[in-house]
Design a protein around this ligand. Sequence first.
Ligand code: FAM
Length: 436
Amino acid sequence: TSGLKGIFAAKLPAAIEEVKEVRAKYGDKQLGTCTVAQAYGGMRGVKAMTYETSHLDTVDGIRFRGYTLPECQELLPKAKGGSEPMPEGLFWLLLTGEIPTDKQIDALRSDLAARAKLPQTVIDAIDALPLDMHPMSQFSVAILAMQQQSVMAQEYAMGTPKSMFWEHCLEDSLIILAQLPEVAARIYRRSFKGGTYIPSNAGELDMSANFARMMGFDDPVFDDLMRLYLTIHADHEGGNVSAHAVRLVGSALSDPFLSLSAGINGLAGPLHGLANQEVLRWIMNLMAKLGDKVPDKENLTELCWETLNSGQVIPGYGHAVLRKTDPRYTCQREFALKHLPDDEMFKLVSLLYEVVPKVLSEHGKVKNPWPNVDAHSGVMLRYFGLTEELYYTVLFGVSRAIGPLASLIWDRALGLPIERPKSVTTSWIKNHFENE
Ligand code: FAM
């Protein structure tokens, strides 16, 4: 596989040795402690897992293998005529820790193209789904339908030793990354474009341009937006719902198809990936309520309070780990300033940036009043004509496959065991601490 497998394999002995050493030397050290409040509180802040491909800093935001988003934008290979990084290159970086060369990415793209043809059974499974089923549910079912191709499942059935599973996990992940854009585009075309399809051109185009073309878009700037979108949503360390679900399900030696489908189900929740759909709906609702009024800080403040007072969250704001503006928001804002500075909805999003953090701070509950990735993405997609917000989280899902799958390959390579944290009951806690 395009040198990718060779480079990964060459890194393995040292990495396995390093983990062994760290476990031997520091195995008994406390990584952190878990309070009763944390056990009830979604394990927030509990350091209890390792995850190699990315790390989230509360202030600086995500780093992919140590590189910030602006560094990735600068250093990762670009498509001909494009100025944003290709997500294929990010997969390489996440898996190997190395920035790939243009030549390596060309080879990886050929590898992916060779695996891109969708089996007829997958097409039939998608075609059998109700047209009005939520696109994320269609997406999850489609990934399960792809599972028949799993090399890892076949190898397990043949009794292959588990030390070799990383190779099959890599092979399955390449199949998934190769086929996911067409699966996603099919769901878009059948749900919103009357079931007319545009054939894949994976041999000629990079993943993002090919995906854009299959959805029906033919604008080089939109291709670049897709490259940016698919790159910035790919990974956000290990504890978020989608990445953790992939890791958890994979730890039972479920293959990458089964694991990714689980992660996609988590991404479909409104507090996680579905927030990008919710943001657009919320903004459209604000505009409808404003009617002829020009949006200003005052009327927007009022409308934000209306949302909060009705018991709803303001989608696109807040984060479980971040405590500053999400750099994924900032790089989208820069893209918008370059390509759609005069768009009315973009101006509204910018104005909300000046209003919402203040309102949320006054509200007094949120730990982070700043915008996250989802506060911005929908407005740009809409500007370029991708107006069907029910579909937005599928784009997130195509991207989110990249990081957690790269990490899953490492999980199998490092031989991580099945995940099985210990739970206790409320009465256990009461008995335990009663006489303290
Ligand atoms: N609007 C209103 N209330 C909010 C809020 C927001 N944007 N963000 C947090 N809160 C509330 C939260 O519901 C909680 O209230 P209760 O005590 O009544 O349960 C309180 O503030 C404390 O929450 P927190 O500790 O600040 O946040 P959490 O770590 O519990 O939750 C989020 C993090 C992201 C789930 C939360 O901020 C939220 O619901 N945001 C809106 C939805 C959203 O944008 N999600 C996307 C996150 C994104 F990065 C992604 O996954 N793609």
